[in-house]
Design a protein around this ligand. Structure first.
Ligand SMILES: *[C@@H]1O[C@H](CO)[C@@H](O)[C@H](O)[C@H]1NC(C)=O
Ligand SMILES: *[C@@H]1O[C@H](CO)[C@@H](O)[C@H](O)[C@H]1NC(C)=O
Ligand SMILES: *[C@@H]1O[C@H](CO)[C@@H](O)[C@H](O)[C@H]1NC(C)=O
Length: 237
């Protein structure tokens, strides 16, 4: 059983710094690494070829911090639905995803605003590239609204790059080491957590649904955005 909360986020692409993480008040020590800011990551030749301009993301994520007998600990299965406008008459959509983010290829669907589904022919994924191509059976239409949806499994990484969703620890008053998962999406961390069009020109709104266990009453979620729904659900990945 998990609890689902939804956070509605409106940010300027992914280029906005998160404020420092607040940690539970009973914690005594805490460690995490900061990203290497001197890495230059966006050059014009790295930009995505124009296909879709995202308007809104619906992201569902279930970070798994401890072994549960189900999906692997330190993984975060999820799904994303990207509502976007066609900006190019082309039969390929290229999005960002880090090679550590595993996309379920058979889950990829694209439909237009008239609920017609557009066939996904194949995907193009380089194991050393952040780009992921989705080849369509027909061309996109400029100005038409589309919904691209897919499932994936993100890695809660060891924090060595300080990017994406990564592991952190603190020691409580009893001396027990507790786990947490923290995010750093700036500058190119978001694509490690969910597939996206990760460029400063693609400003969009985001609704993030976060699932966490209800058996462990002291699980908490901290965010710098507005909590919209504090509901319950039984969505399983
Ligand atoms: C940060 O990145 C730069 C450029 O890639 C590299 O020269 C430097 O060694 C890195 N620093 C650390 C601490 O990894
Ligand atoms: C991949 O997605 C398909 C379609 O949604 C689903 O039936 C299948 O179980 C998924 N595979 C995995 C490994 O999650
Ligand atoms: C969300 O619901 C839980 C369980 O009902 C409650 O303990 C918690 O205070 C709620 N949080 C907010 C921000 O409303």
């Amino acid at each position: 059983m998990v609890v689902i909360i939804i956070i509605l986020v409106s940010i300027f692409a992914f280029s906005v710094a998160n404020p420092p993480l607040q940690i539970p008040s009973n914690s005594q020590s805490y460690s995490h690494k900061l990203p290497n800011w001197s890495e230059k990551i966006i050059s014009p030749e790295d930009l995505l070829p124009p296909s879709l301009k995202p308007l809104h993301y619906e992201i569902k994520l279930q970070p798994i911090l401890y072994p549960e007998g189900g999906p692997n600990e330190w993984s975060a299965p999820g799904s994303v639905e990207i509502t976007a406008l066609g900006v190019s008459e082309i039969n390929k959509i290229v999005i960002h995803r880090h090679p550590d983010l595993k996309i379920n290829q058979t889950s990829i669907t694209l439909s237009d605003e008239f609920h017609n589904s557009i066939k996904v022919e194949s995907v193009e994924e380089g194991s050393d590239s952040h780009k992921y191509g989705i080849v369509l059976g027909s061309n996109l239409i400029i100005g038409r609204k589309y919904v691209l949806s897919l499932k994936f499994v993100a890695d809660i990484n060891d924090g060595s790059t300080g990017l994406g969703l990564y592991r952190a620890f603190y020691t409580d008053q009893n001396g027990d080491v507790k786990r947490l998962a923290t995010t750093q999406f700036m500058e190119y961390g978001a694509r490690k957590v969910f597939p996206c069009l990760d460029e400063p020109s693609f400003k969009s709104t985001f609704a993030i649904y976060l699932a966490r266990r209800t058996e462990d009453k002291n699980y908490i979620t901290l965010t710098n955005s507005i909590l919209k729904i504090n509901g319950s659900g039984v969505e399983e990945y």
